[in-house]
Design a protein. Structure first.
Ligand code: G4P
Ligand code: NA
Ligand code: NA
Length: 194
């Protein structure tokens, strides 16, 4: 998606080789009108699939998911990251190993908010190793709901997550796919982005 690629080129910064900072517009300061265009694009790609719920993970996914959900007219559920599992009632839980942050954590969603007749669109800001996305997929599978696809803002195409999630048969649609970041120079992959 040209609009997002331009924002990445003009307002993103490459740090330490393979970390892309997009905190000027996507996950710290948030450019709401830009994110609204991303939400519209997710609706263009997934709007005909009978989505009943959007699932994301705290923190950065929440704002993007909420803006996207306005176009679908469905609720957002976000998985909480926690050490303890003290949430009311029955919960769905999965362990996530973050390579980026070098730690394990549990993610939980109350079982009340995902049911077998739900059709779930997964949304997140980044897809890198895919650990967070795999955790969300596990939660949906435990609930018996159907995954209609995954909408990602920025996929690091050189990392393992995109292949891992697509190999599960999930339709991953990434609005910008980065093929490489070298010396601060970003190259996009237009084949995967579709
Ligand atoms: P991981 O296993 O290496 O941790 O990769 P994964 O794809 O699961 O992403 C883990 C977290 O790291 C995600 O945040 C993701 O947004 C973030 N991330 C991965 N690569 C980059 C990058 O190049 N730039 C930025 N800015 N973030 C990146 P999260 O778990 O959803 O946490 P939060 O940041 O939303 O709180
Ligand atoms: Na995220
Ligand atoms: Na993040």
């Amino acid at each position: 998606m040209q609009l997002l690629e331009n924002a990445i080129l003009e307002r993103g910064r490459v740090k330490d080789g393979d970390v892309l900072k997009v905190d000027a517009f996507l996950n710290h300061q948030m450019d709401v009108s830009l994110i609204n265009e991303l939400g519209k694009e997710f609706f263009r790609r997934f709007g005909d699939r009978g989505v009943t719920k959007i699932l994301t993970i705290e923190a950065s996914g929440i704002g993007i998911a909420c803006i996207t959900a306005q176009h679908f007219g469905v609720p957002v559920v976000f998985a909480k990251k926690t050490q303890s599992r003290n949430i009311d009632g029955e919960v769905l839980t999965s362990q996530v190993t973050s390579f980026t942050h070098q730690r394990n954590y549990d993610i939980i969603v109350s079982a009340r908010f995902l049911s077998p007749d739900d059709r779930v669109l997964l949304i997140d800001d980044f897809l890198a190793k895919g650990s967070a996305m795999l955790g969300l997929i596990s939660l949906v599978r435990q609930s018996g709901a159907t995954i209609v696809g995954a909408g990602i803002c920025i996929e690091k195409g050189f990392d393992v997550g995109g292949k891992a999630i697509r190999d599960l048969g999930i339709d991953v649609q990434s609005l910008a796919v980065i093929k490489e970041m070298r010396d601060g120079h970003i190259v996009f992959d237009h084949d995967t982005a579709a």
